[in-house]
Design a protein around this ligand. Structure first.
Ligand code: TA6
Length: 317
């Protein structure tokens, strides 16, 4: 299954200061930083990015009560949703899986780094570093394997660049029969004040509003304000970029790569209060989830086939 846009060519490393990659002593996380001050912190639990900084500025929201010990999905950062988004449907191959699937609560392997490869973020040389993580059916929990008995391999690439972060998932069907899946990157963006945030790039799109009983609507806002609990799945968006503006100024561009859908979510006051791992309780004022994915239908993957997709998030500070 060909991906519409491949990253650009390989660049030879320059002689300048190198990116730094460290694995924690307890082998629970991998951090990378560039000589220019950008950094990323990835938990092997769920291959969850829990921090992405542009200089001193943290770009991702992470709950102060996020559980990072591997016992549950991380509340914040960029959890990986696979092979199902949301509560699994009845009478389906994913029916026995937990909400949002098993990828975000599985232990991934760190496969290594490369500084010479460039994706959408590099102008050549060592201005970016790529970290690869892997999860296969062979290292799934027994429960997950029983609940979804397909042979698969996932490679998740996290590329830290000077002005952005690129995360790309490669799904490979290692089995003899096809399977279908959904995939989404559940990105919690940090914002200064949700009451002064607007979201562009959605106008004219059909969305399913999960706050209004999953009814379908057409987006009429060129710049969508977030003024209450918001939980919308925008399907088959025409343009690939969803932008977050703070005080009218562009703060993030979230660019889909081979994915058609974008979810916009803010739990607002009541739902934030109801989540035990959501803190501080008024933290909903400082976060907005803009989640790229393929969740309106199902991707079908034939035996031996591969699917590749992801996002580039640009911090526009
Ligand atoms: O992506 C939005 C959403 O599906 C919301 O409906 C809400 O459930 C959110 O994900 C968080 O889900 P979680 O399972 O992480 O609590």
């Amino acid at each position: 299954m060909e991906r519409s846009k491949k990253p650009s060519a390989i660049n030879a490393p320059s002689g300048g200061p190198q990116p730094q990659v460290d694995i924690s002593s307890d082998n629970s996380r991998v951090t990378a930083s560039l000589p220019t001050g950008e950094s990323v912190d990835v938990l092997l639990h769920g291959a969850t990015i829990i921090s992405w900084k542009s200089g001193k500025q943290e770009n991702l929201w992470l709950s102060e009560k996020a559980v990072l010990d591997g016992s549950k999905a991380v509340r914040g950062g960029i959890p990986v949703v696979f092979p199902v988004f949301g509560p699994p449907p009845p009478n389906h191959a994913t029916s026995k899986l937990p909400q949002h699937g098993f990828a975000r609560t599985s232990r991934w392997e760190y496969l290594g780094k490369s500084t010479s490869e460039s994706g959408a973020l590099s102008q050549g040389g060592d201005d970016c570093v790529k970290l690869d993580f892997g999860l296969s059916s062979s290292n799934l929990s027994a429960d997950a394997k029983k609940a979804w008995p397909y042979d698969f391999g996932l490679i998740y690439s996290v590329t830290l660049g000077r002005d952005g972060l690129q995360t790309v998932m490669t799904v490979r069907n290692e089995g003899k029969e096809p399977f279908e899946f959904q995939f989404l990157l559940h990105t919690y963006l940090a914002v200064k004040d949700i009451s002064k945030v607007t979201v562009t790039g959605l106008m004219g799109a059909i969305y399913t509003d999960k706050v209004l009983n999953a009814t379908n609507h057409t987006e009429t806002h060129a710049a969508l304000p977030i003024t209450a609990e918001t939980d919308r799945v925008y399907a088959s968006l025409a343009q690939d970029t969803t932008s977050v503006l703070q005080d009218g100024k562009p703060r993030f561009d979230v660019v889909r790569d081979n994915l058609d859908d974008t979810v916009v979510w803010n739990p607002w006051r009541e739902k934030a209060a109801a989540m035990s791992d959501f803190a501080p309780k008024d933290g909903w004022r400082n976060m907005l989830c803009v989640e790229v994915g393929s969740v309106s239908g199902w991707q079908k993957l034939e035996a031996g086939d591969t699917f590749e997709a992801g996002q580039v998030i640009r911090s526009l500070l």
